[in-house]
Design a protein around this ligand. Structure first.
Ligand code: COA
Ligand code: AMP
Length: 644
C-alpha cells in the first residue's frame, strides 16, 4: 500500500516538498497559478491582500460567480449530459441522476424564485434540508445570485435552529418537509415553526420542499411551496460577486453554547476547492467522487457540493447510513453501481461496518474495482480502523485532518501530488499552503515527538475562514490571540522526526461524536438550567463506534428528593430537545459531589480518565481526593470504569 499512486501516474518524488516550499515562500505566485482553473469576470488587484494583517484576503479586487464555475461553465464546455449529482437514497429506495444541463436549469429557476421573493446579493438564506438534491440546488441558487446560504444540519433541535436564525438573520428559510432516518421519519416543518417561534428575527418567507413521505402544512402568506414558486419563476443569471464576498456561513460548535458562524469567501474557496480535487484527492474532471457525509457539515459543503462540481466531477449525494440501509454492504453497492473513484467518509462509518461485518463478507458481493482511494476525516482515526479498511479494500486509505474553519485539508497525504508512505495514526504532512507548527506553552516550537498546541502560521491559505459572521472580535479572540502571527487550531498533537503530524486531542471542551463536532459546554448549559441541578459536568468518553460519547455528571440541589432516575431521564430528554438527537446524549449520572481544584475548577479530564479506565495522575491541585473515589464508584456501578 505504501507509496501507491492514486492517479496511476506513479509517485513523483519530491513533488510534495517542492509544492509545500513554494506555497510558503511565494503564496501569491502559487495560488495565482492555481486560480487559472477558475473563470473570473474581473481579475484581482492582488492575489494576497496582506496590508490588513493579521486579517488577510485572497484575490482582492477580483469578481467571479461560484455557481457559474460549478455548473454553467461545465455545460458551456460540453459536460451538459454528464451526471452532476447522483442522488442515491436507500431510505426511499430511489436512485436519480441530474445532468449538468438539468442542474443548470433547476438552479437557475430556483434562483429566480428566490429573487422573486426579494432575495438579493448579500441577503442570507437558511437551508434546513435532508440529503436531497434540492439541498444542493438551494445552495447553488444562493451562490448564483450572490445570496449567502447557511445550511443547518437536520439532526439539530429547534432551539439550535433558532440560534442560527437570530445570528444570520435570513430573509428566507428553505426547508424540507421531512427527513428520513432508517428508524423514523423526522418532520422538519414543526421544528422550523418552533424555531421561528423561539427566534427574535423573523424570516419573511419559508420555502418548503414537500416530500411525499410526510408533506407539511403551509402557513398561508409566510410559507410557499418549492415546486409552485419554481414553476412560476424565470431562470436567473449568475451575478458577479467580489472574490472576498461571503459565499456561506456555516455554524460550528465553539466552547460556549453560542455557535461560531464560520464565513467562507467566494474566490479563495473556489480556488482551494478546485486545487484540492486534483492535488489532494487525485481526481480528474468527469470522475465520480463520493463523500458520505451530510450537506449540513463542512465535509458536505466542500466535498459533496462545491469541490466535485467546481472540478467537473459527478458527486454522489447519499441518503442512507453505512449500515442498516439495508446492511453493511451499502457502501460497496454504491461504489459498484456508480463507479466511484474516490470515497470520503468519517472513520466512524468504517467502525460501524466493521462491527456488523468484521470479515467484510458483503464486500465479496460487489465489484469495487473503480475505487482508487479512501479518505477519512472528521475525527481522529484509530490505526486499527485505518488498517482494516486498507486490508479489505486494497487501496490507499488516507487519514486527513481539517476543520470547519479551514474548509479543506490542513494535513493529508496528497495523492495527486506525491503519495507519501502512510503511517497509521498520522494524517501525514501539512498540505501546501499550510505552515503547521507545534508550539509549547512557552510559544516556542517543541522538539519532534513532543506534544504541543498545533498552530498554523498566518496567512492561512485560500478557502480558510476570513472571519466569523458579524463578529470580527470573536474571530480574533478565538483564533489569533493565542500567539501573534498564528492561527490556533484548537487541536493538540506532535510532529515526528519525518515531519509527519499526529493530531491527538482538542485543547478545549469540544468533543467528536460519530464525526459530529459538539460542545460539552453547550450540553452543560442545558443541564445546569434544570431546576433540580446544582452543578454539572459533561465529558467525552471513548466509544468503540462513535469515537466519543458524552457523559453527564450532575449534583442535585440540596433538598431535592425526587427519584434520581426520573431526573436523569428528564435531563437526557432536555439535551435531545434543546441540542438535538445528534448529540447522542444518553447517559447522566447523579453524583454526590464533583471533583475540583482548590480554585474551584471542575476536574473534567480526570473524570474522563476514570470513565475510560485509563491511567491518570492525581492532580496536584485537587481539593478533596476522596471525591474521586465516589466518582469511580458511581462510574463502575454504571458500567464505565474498571474497578480498582
Ligand atoms: N435528521 C434528523 N435526525 C438525525 C439526522 C438528520 N439528518 N442525522 C442523525 N440524526 C439522529 C439519528 O436518527 C440518531 O437519533 P436516535 O438517537 O433517535 O437514534 C441521532 O441523530 C444520532 O445520529 P448518528 O450520529 O448518525 O448515529 P446513528 O446511531 O444513527 O448512526 C453511524 C451511527 C456511525 C452509522 C453514523 O453516525 C454515520 O453514518 N456516520 C457517518 C459519518 C458522518 O456522516 N460524519 C459526518 C462528518 S464527516
Ligand atoms: P469539524 O469542524 O466538525 O470538521 O471538526 C474538526 C475537528 O475534528 C478537528 O479540530 C479535530 O479535533 C477533529 N478532526 C478532524 N479530522 C481529524 C483527523 N483526521 N484526525 C484527528 N482529528 C480530526
Amino acid at each position: 500500500m505504501q507509496g501507491q499512486s492514486a492517479t496511476g501516474a506513479g509517485p513523483r518524488t519530491g513533488a510534495w516538498q517542492a509544492a509545500h516550499d513554494r506555497s510558503l515562500k511565494d503564496p501569491a505566485g502559487f495560488w495565482g497559478e492555481a486560480a487559472a482553473a477558475i473563470d473570473w469576470s474581473r481579475p484581482w488587484n492582488k492575489v494576497l491582500e496582506d496590508s490588513t494583517a493579521p486579517s488577510y484576503r485572497w484575490f482582492s479586487g477580483a469578481e467571479l460567480n461560484t455557481c457559474h464555475n460549478a455548473v454553467d461553465r461545465h455545460v458551456a464546455q460540453g459536460r451538459g449530459d454528464q451526471a452532476a449529482i447522483i442522488h442515491d437514497s436507500p431510505v426511499t429506495g430511489r436512485v436519480t441522476s441530474i445532468s449538468y444541463a438539468e442542474l443548470q436549469d433547476r438552479v437557475a429557476r430556483f434562483a429566480g424564485a428566490l429573487q422573486d421573493l426579494g432575495v438579493a446579493k448579500g441577503d442570507r438564506v437558511i437551508v434546513y434540508m435532508p440529503m436531497v438534491p434540492e439541498a444542493a440546488i438551494a445552495m447553488l441558487a444562493c451562490a448564483r445570485i450572490g445570496a449567502v446560504h447557511s445550511v443547518v444540519f437536520g439532526g439539530f433541535s429547534a432551539r439550535e435552529l433558532a440560534t442560527r436564525i437570530d445570528d444570520a438573520k435570513p430573509k428566507v428559510v428553505v426547508a424540507g418537509s421531512c427527513g428520513i432516518e432508517p428508524s423514523r421519519i423526522v418532520p422538519y416543518k414543526p421544528l422550523l415553526d418552533d424555531a421561528i417561534a423561539q427566534a427574535r428575527h423573523q424570516p419573511e418567507h419559508c420555502v418548503i420542499f414537500q416530500r411525499e413521505q410526510q408533506p407539511a402544512e403551509l402557513l398561508p402568506g409566510r410559507d410557499l411551496d418549492w415546486q409552485e414558486i419554481t414553476a412560476a419563476a424565470s431562470p436567473a443569471d449568475c451575478v458577479p460577486v467580489a472574490a472576498t464576498d461571503p459565499l456561506y456561513i456555516l455554524y460550528t460548535s465553539g466552547t460556549t453554547g453560542q455557535p461560531k458562524g464560520v464565513v467562507r469567501d467566494n474566490g479563495g474557496h473556489a480556488v482551494a476547492m478546485t486545487w484540492s480535487m486534483r492535488h489532494v484527492y487525485g481526481v480528474e474532471p468527469g470522475e465520480v467522487f463520493w463523500s458520505a457525509s451530510d450537506v449540513g457539515w463542512v465535509v458536505g459543503h466542500s466535498y459533496i457540493v462545491y469541490a466535485p462540481l467546481l472540478h467537473g466531477c459527478t458527486t454522489v449525494l447519499y441518503e442512507g447510513k453505512p449500515v442498516g440501509t439495508p446492511d453493511a454492504g451499502a457502501f460497496w453497492r454504491v461504489i459498484e453501481q456508480h463507479r466511484v473513484a474516490v470515497l470520503f467518509t468519517a472513520p466512524t462509518a468504517f467502525r460501524a461496518i466493521k462491527r456488523d461485518d468484521p470479515d467484510a463478507e458483503h464486500l465479496g458481493r460487489y465489484d469495487t474495482s473503480s475505487l482508487r482511494a479512501l479518505f477519512l476525516a472528521g475525527e481522529r482515526c484509530d490505526p486499527s480502523t485505518l488498517d482494516w479498511a486498507g486490508e479489505i479494500l486494497g487501496v490507499p486509505v488516507v487519514d486527513h485532518w481539517w476543520q470547519t474553519e479551514t474548509g479543506w485539508a490542513i494535513a493529508a497525504n496528497c495523492l495527486g501530488l506525491e503519495p507519501l508512505p502512510i503511517k497509521s495514526g498520522s494524517p501525514t504532512k501539512p498540505v501546501p499552503g499550510y505552515d503547521v507548527q507545534v508550539l509549547g506553552d512557552d510559544s516556542v516550537p517543541v522538539a519532534p515527538g513532543n506534544i504541543g498546541r498545533i498552530m498554523i502560521r498566518l496567512p492561512l491559505p485560500p478557502g480558510c475562514l476570513p472571519t466569523l459572521w458579524g463578529n470580527d472580535e470573536r474571530f480574533r479572540a478565538s483564533y489569533l490571540a493565542a500567539e501573534p502571527g498564528f492561527y490556533l487550531s484548537g487541536d493538540a498533537g506532535y510532529m515526528d522526526e519525518d515531519g509527519y503530524l499526529f493530531v491527538m486531542s482538542r485543547i478545549d471542551d469540544i468533543i467528536n461524536v460519530a464525526g459530529h463536532r459538539l460542545s460539552t459546554g453547550g450540553m452543560e448549559a442545558v443541564l445546569a438550567a434544570h431546576p433540580d441541578v446544582a452543578e454539572c459536568a459533561v465529558v467525552g468518553v471513548a466509544d468503540q463506534l462513535k469515537g466519543e460519547l458524552p457523559l453527564g455528571l450532575v449534583v442535585l440541589k440540596t433538598g431535592v428528593d425526587r427519584p434520581k432516575a426520573d431526573i436523569a431521564r428528564e435531563l437526557v430528554a432536555k439535551v435531545r430537545d434543546e441540542i438535538g438527537p445528534v448529540a447522542a446524549f444518553k447517559t447522566v449520572l447523579v453524583v454526590p459531589r464533583l471533583p475540583k481544584t482548590r480554585s474551584g475548577k471542575i476536574l473534567r479530564g480526570t473524570m474522563k480518565h476514570i470513565a475510560e479506565g485509563t491511567e491518570y495522575r492525581m492532580p496536584a491541585t485537587i481539593d478533596d481526593p476522596a471525591i474521586l473515589e465516589e466518582i469511580q464508584e458511581a462510574l463502575v456501578a454504571a458500567g464505565y470504569a474498571r474497578a480498582g
